[in-house]
Design a binder for this molecule. Sequence first.
Ligand SMILES: Nc1nc2c(ncn2[C@@H]2O[C@H](COP(=O)(O)OP(=O)(O)OP(=O)(O)O)[C@@H](O)[C@H]2O)c(=O)[nH]1
Ligand SMILES: [Mg+2]
Length: 327
Amino acid sequence: MFHDEADVLVEAGRGGDGCLSFRRERYVPKGGPDGGDGGAGGSVVFVADPATGSLRHLRQNVHIRADKGRPGEGRNCTGRGGEDRVVCVPCGTIVRDRDTGLVVRDLVAAGDRVVVARGGRPGRGNRHFATATNRTPRRFTRGQPGEKRWLRLELKLIADIGLVGYPNAGKSTFLARVSAARPKVADYPFTTLAPYLGLIELADHRTLVVADVPGLVAGAHEGRGLGRRFLRHLERTRALLFLIDPTDGDAAEVYRVLDAELAHCDSGLAARPRVVAATKADLWGERDHAAELGTRIGSNVLALSSVTGRGVRELVARLAALVLELR
Ligand SMILES: Nc1nc2c(ncn2[C@@H]2O[C@H](COP(=O)(O)OP(=O)(O)OP(=O)(O)O)[C@@H](O)[C@H]2O)c(=O)[nH]1
Ligand SMILES: [Mg+2]
């Protein structure tokens, strides 16, 4: 199951009512109005949090509400304000109004926050309504309801490098080799079902953020395989790493299919700078698939084995150089 989309109903707290009260004290006849104001309703706030990896926690939690404000009280006491409800979402979450489709906010960087439903205004106590001719106003106002609306959340990972390849090409294995990420690796297609990020630490303390996404197949743009839904996670990457397993079918043909699928995205993915590597070099025997593929597609192709480590260092260096240049 993907957890990169969620519809949620957010509802801010109602403002507390104003109070109707008069000062009652011995020796103070006709004490004036002293009804306090209500407290403001709590708001619903979304915050981008790097420790939150997906929108999974919002699935079951479709209705998110904030606290209501308390009513005002006599003796000019203002009611307590409702507490805000703060919800963590992953960096890269785009918040839209579900009905209009308009973007409310794109929560990109850690700590970015947005009020998605504003708390209701508090009511006013009767002390505000005293006039020269009416010293005993019985008027007060009620708190306003909090804002309420449906939102559509969409996660688009933000990374330096996006991995592009058929299922089983060895994308997750590569990421496990070069980063601390421990994705599931298995010898069947579509092992990776949800996109996630891995961090490669470079020697100079700089880092590369890599997005591993589910494998791409021919016709993905028409919904085949896991479809194009995950392609959006490649949209906010600086460069792409094509990983092609030459022991599984015609490598040049695979490359063309991948390229064609990217070309179906209108976000300029096909023009994104790319590095191409042929995977599982430890299984090639005498053949140099990297050179063969390079000749056929007319670009440099690296030989990579995530098992023996062949080409890993060179590939990371190439990615780092490319990304630093693009940054
Ligand atoms: N011999 C060898 N096997 C590899 C290498 N890299 C990956 N594999 C194997 O290839 C299979 C698929 O690897 P994954 O890393 O899960 O492939 P993936 O591209 O992430 O696949 P999906 O998540 O299904 O799209 C696993 O059985 C890996 O052990 C390699 O360099 N050499
Ligand atoms: Mg995988």
